[in-house]
Design a protein around this ligand. Structure first.
Ligand code: NDP
Length: 255
């Protein structure tokens, strides 16, 4: 079997698993953070868990860049910069900035995150730096409007995600592990602007890379985070009688 056959088989399988996982996550909320519960096997430190889950993404993507044959293309450098800007932070900075990190998380969640990110880093990196057709390697892509619209969406999603995560971090004093109602920014309208920003970011990525792997990743992100946002929202309303009634779960004014 050639690597290309393996690649497209894996990509299709990955997309199918995303579509199958989506409805399941409306009934089974991943057991970490506020939805942590017993019965999911042994646990490890959540700081280490986040590093192990996320590190395969920046590493696999960088490895694909290193073995690819498009290192000096302007488009390749833009892809590398954006991906690593997101994932170096998520894998190596975010885990240490979280407050309440003394909670443990199930090893099964860490293992599934590790596998997901390894596959996703490979699928995106290998395509963009080796398998992508001429539209990305011809040198014309840096003047294509899809690239700039995608970058704008990615940047907007990145800003929303980071602002929202920062608001959450600041809710707890060092050593605290409880929950409070977040306010400010898009929290005025929705319970999970960090998830909303993340989804926008990866649809921006799909557009700016114009790649099937980017699209599958955006679909996966929605499949993961939309049901989780609905669970978070229901949890807030149940937990806090004074929770703002007009707030939606994920999409301002709509959902
Ligand atoms: P959450 O919003 O559940 O939690 C983020 C952090 O804030 C956690 O440390 C959490 O503590 C804390 N926190 C959340 N709400 C409150 C509150 N009301 N009061 C005090 N502290 C609070 O996000 P996740 O942990 O699920 O995700 C973290 C980041 O990773 C997000 O930016 C998300 O977009 C991204 N992500 C991306 C995925 C993808 O598929 N691309 C999948 C999953 C996450 P605690 O852990 O104790 O609950």
């Amino acid at each position: 079997m050639t690597e290309t056959t393996f690649y497209y088989g894996l990509l299709i399988g990955f997309a199918v698993v995303a579509l199958l996982t989506f409805p399941v996550l409306f009934f089974v909320t991943a057991p970490y953070g506020r939805h942590a519960r017993e019965g999911w096997g042994p646990k490890i430190s959540s700081t280490l868990g986040w590093i192990l889950m996320e590190a395969p993404s920046p590493l696999a993507f960088a490895a694909c860049y290193a073995i690819g044959d498009r290192k000096t293309d302007a488009a390749s450098l833009i892809f590398l910069l954006l991906w690593e800007a997101h994932y170096v932070y998520r894998a190596f900075v975010f885990p240490f900035r979280r407050r309440g990190a003394q909670k443990d998380m199930p090893l099964s969640i860490v293992a599934s995150g590790f596998l997901f990110n390894a596959i996703n880093g490979y699928l995106n990196g290998r395509y963009l730096f080796s398998f992508a057709p001429a539209h990305l390697s011809s040198g014309a892509w840096p003047s294509d409007p899809r690239l700039y619209l995608g970058i704008a969406l990615f940047a907007a999603g990145y800003a929303v995600n980071h602002h929202a995560d920062r608001v959450l971090m600041n809710l707890r004093k060092p050593g605290e592990t409880g929950y409070k109602i977040p306010h400010g920014g898009l929290y005025r309208f929705i319970s999970c602007p960090n998830y909303f920003g993340e989804i926008i970011e990866w649809f921006g990525w799909a557009l700016l890379t114009w790649s099937p792997a980017g699209l599958v990743f955006a679909v996966w992100t929605t499949a993961n985070l939309l049901p989780r946002a609905i669970s978070h929202h229901a949890w807030y309303k149940e937990r806090f009688p004074d929770y703002p009634r007009e707030r939606k779960a994920l999409v301002p004014l709509i959902l």
